[in-house]
Design a protein around this ligand. Structure first.
Ligand code: SF4
Ligand code: SF4
Length: 225
């Protein structure tokens, strides 16, 4: 009887080689910490859904292919096989001076200088498939490569810099870094948005609350029946 009631509220999965049990409704991150396993890497905002550190590879029961996800945003499922993905830096650094980004006449030249690989996109969709935030990564790359920096930057507003698209790109375009570049370029050419200014004041005043029950800390702590 005890086993039956346990199976109604719990599920089993494998996480980094550990066979663990988790309550139904738990995120993968909650499943890991709930099993008492130590968080020594892939640690960032801890469930706020903003940092991209908790990258995982997930294979669902009965599925042949694995996919990428963020452990704080994906629910644990019965029979899942999960493993954390290490951080992998870009193959080379992208050096530029933020002060040089303020001249829109040179935007395309600057993109071509810092990210010459961008125009070699082979439209393989690898970056789109890898992105756990559903961002149209390939389109951003293609827009940036023709100097459409505003439109490119807008597509990357919700990028959490998990770098999964960097690992996926066979042309070493480093889409995450290109996206950050065009966002910086846009910011340097426009006034700061008012919500950003408000947020920065909150941080400076110590009023930025860390809310573990916030929507970003998905899924909610209580399992649904
Ligand atoms: S665009 Fe790239 S770095 Fe940004 S969230 Fe998607 S996969 Fe991660
Ligand atoms: S993974 Fe690279 S080459 Fe493939 S579509 Fe994305 S940017 Fe283009």
């Amino acid at each position: 009887m005890a086993v039956d009631s346990e199976s109604a509220t719990e599920l089993g999965l494998t996480f980094d080689g550990h066979a663990i049990r988790a309550r139904k409704g738990a995120s993968l991150l909650q499943a890991w910490t709930g099993a008492g396993l130590p968080l020594t890497e892939n640690v960032g905002c801890m469930g706020q859904g903003v940092c991209g550190a908790c990258r995982v590879l997930v294979r669902r029961q009965g599925e042949r292919l694995a996919s990428t996800a963020l452990a704080c945003e994906m629910l644990a499922e019965e029979g899942m096989q999960v493993s954390f993905i290490d951080h992998f830096p870009a193959r080379r650094s992208h050096a530029y001076d933020l002060h040089d980004l303020t001249d829109s006449w040179t935007a395309l030249d600057q993109i071509d200088t810092v990210f010459p690989e961008a125009k070699h996109c082979r439209h393989c969709n690898g970056c789109d498939r890898a992105c756990p935030k559903g961002i149209d990564v390939q389109r951003m790359v293609n827009l940036a490569a023709i100097g459409q920096t505003d439109a490119a930057a807008e597509l990357f507003d919700h990028c959490v810099l998990c770098n999964l698209c960097v690992a996926a790109c066979p042309e070493h375009i480093d889409p995450a870094h290109l996206g950050q570049f065009v966002r910086r370029m846009r910011a340097s050419l426009t006034l700061r948005p008012s919500d950003l200014v408000m947020r920065l004041h909150e941080i400076a005043d110590g009023r930025q609350a860390i809310d573990f029950d916030a929507p970003g800390a998905n899924p909610p702590p209580e399992a649904s029946p």
